[in-house]
Design a binder for this molecule. Structure first.
Ligand code: GDP
Length: 461
């Protein structure tokens, strides 16, 4: 019976794919970029398809009317072994009293939706078409492991050595540097001592992550998933002098082997298994937080996009392209949380995002991919209004909470530069906004999600 079901599923999947009736979206983001909020909002919107007023609410999703969408809703999961994205819990948090932001997901999760729309093929017997949308959520922490694909152990160690130099004044790495210095690279591994250094290194990585740095590698150290406690994670980059005779069985060689195993069995496997199936990729970036972060965050983000640029571009000449022939034909870089700025700042926010990803985008385009840039807010916590200030009409933000006065957070620089960053840090008011008040059954307020829908679905219907 199981074999029969598996076969039927495989055949159905094959037919769906042949008819281009299935689309798989990868969603990720740099840490706390707003991925959970984004997926919650996207599922919420798709579930309202077919309801009265949907087309009016999503005016720039022109395919909605043009293709005669008549239904959208959750479908049975595609892969029963993958954790389901906790949509119901996320929505329940938002409508609770007081409202709470959805709990961020850790690890991989997936959710499948089904759309029904008009069939315009004259030769078809059916009047309806189905499109299945799989939204696949994976941690930004694992994204950065991409850089390891092309670094051997010595190169990885050198990369981290340079990072320790760059971050020495803003993070405290003394514990692992000191503990590691007492390890003897040319002697056999003493697991207990090594483990202490691994823990200290992991604490440093966690600290870097909390401070908003994106390049936190190896990613599984901070988010091990099912690898927690596994020997494959028992290594550290060797940032000290290397003794001459590190033969086989020495600590250095053992860590080198573990690093290689991590690279092959964890990183490469993850990208091969997961990326080969993706049609579209959305990368969410909290540009304001990145800009607020300081000089080191600035450098870190630049490095991060270099890595994305080298590995995460989707044409044939990219590393991923050569390794796995991914079929991703659209990459969407989205600046999330646009509701934290007034509407007159949207053009600047978009231009800031472009300037952050500029290099990457050029190469992605050169590879023949279709790369889009946009700003959005998945869960809009403010409204933009006009208020009078010194005799002039200015835009301000208001929230759903009467104890919060309207405020002007400040202006956003149009480009990513050190001077702009310093000005922004000084004058921009970055608030931890409370989520909007949403009545049960109501649609989640958002900004620009209709543009996003047009990007990801417009040509697939
Ligand atoms: P993840 O770690 O990438 O899954 O990030 P989350 O989706 O959990 O978002 C992290 C935090 O960012 C949330 O708890 C909210 O405080 C904030 N956030 C996310 N999306 C929005 C948005 O659209 N507007 C605002 N104002 N804040 C948001």
């Amino acid at each position: 019976m199981n074999i029969f079901n598996d076969l039927t599923n495989a055949v159905n999947r094959g037919i769906n794919l042949m008819m281009d009736r299935e689309i798989r979206l990868g969603v990720t983001g740099l840490s706390r970029g707003g991925k959970t909020a984004f997926i919650t909002s996207l599922v919420n919107l798709l579930s309202t398809f077919g309801e009265v007023g949907t087309a009016e609410r999503l005016p720039r999703f022109t395919a909605y009317d043009a293709k005669g969408i008549s239904y959208g809703g959750l479908a049975r999961p595609r892969d029963l072994k993958v954790a389901a994205f906790p949509y119901q819990n996320a929505y329940a948090s938002l409508i609770s009293e007081p409202p709470a932001w959805p709990e961020p997901t850790v690890g991989i999760s997936e959710i499948r939706l089904e759309l029904v729309y008009r069939n315009d093929d004259w030769f078809s017997l059916s009047k309806k078409n189905h499109l299945y949308i799989d939204i696949w959520d994976y941690p930004g922490e694992w994204l950065m492991d991409l850089m390891l694909l092309k670094l051997d152990y010595a190169e990885f160690s050198e990369k981290i050595r340079k990072r320790t130099a760059a971050l020495s004044s803003v993070t405290d790495m003394s514990e692992w540097i000191k503990a590691g210095a007492s390890l003897e690279a040319d002697k056999p591994v003493r697991e207990y001592e090594l483990h202490r250094v691994v823990q200290a290194y992991t604490s440093w990585l966690k600290q870097c992550k909390e401070q908003g740095f994106a390049m936190v590698v190896p990613g599984r150290f901070v988010l091990p998933g099912d690898l927690a406690g596994a020997p494959i994670l028992e290594f550290v980059p060797w940032v000290w002098d290397i003794p001459e005779n590190c033969g086989s069985g020495s600590l250095y060689r053992t860590m080198e082997e573990r690093y290689e195993a991590y690279r092959e069995q964890v990183v490469r496997k993850f990208y091969r298994d997961c990326f080969s199936g993706l049609d579209r990729q959305i990368i969410l970036i909290d540009c304001l937080k990145a800009l607020m972060g300081g000089r080191e965050t600035f450098m870190d983000i630049n490095d991060t996009f270099d890595v994305l640029l080298e590995n995460f571009s989707y044409g044939n000449s990219s590393l991923l392209g050569r390794l796995f022939s991914p079929k991703i034909d659209k990459v969407i870089f989205a600046a999330a949380k646009a509701d934290m700025v007034t509407m007159d700042q949207y053009p600047n926010l978009l231009s800031l995002l472009r300037s952050m990803v500029k290099q990457a985008s050029t190469r992605v385009r050169a590879d023949g991919s279709n790369c889009e840039f946009m700003i959005l807010s998945a869960i809009r916590a403010t409204k933009c209004m006009y208020a009078e200030h010194e005799g002039k009409q200015v835009q301000v933000l208001t929230t759903d909470y009467c104890d919060e006065a309207p405020f002007f957070p400040g202006s956003v620089p149009p480009k990513w530069s050190r001077e702009c960053m310093e000005f922004f840090q000084k004058y921009f008011e970055m608030r931890d906004l409370r989520p909007p008040k949403i009545n049960p059954g109501d649609v989640i307020p958002e900004i620009n999600m209709d543009i996003l829908l047009q990007y990801i679905l417009g040509d697939k219907l």
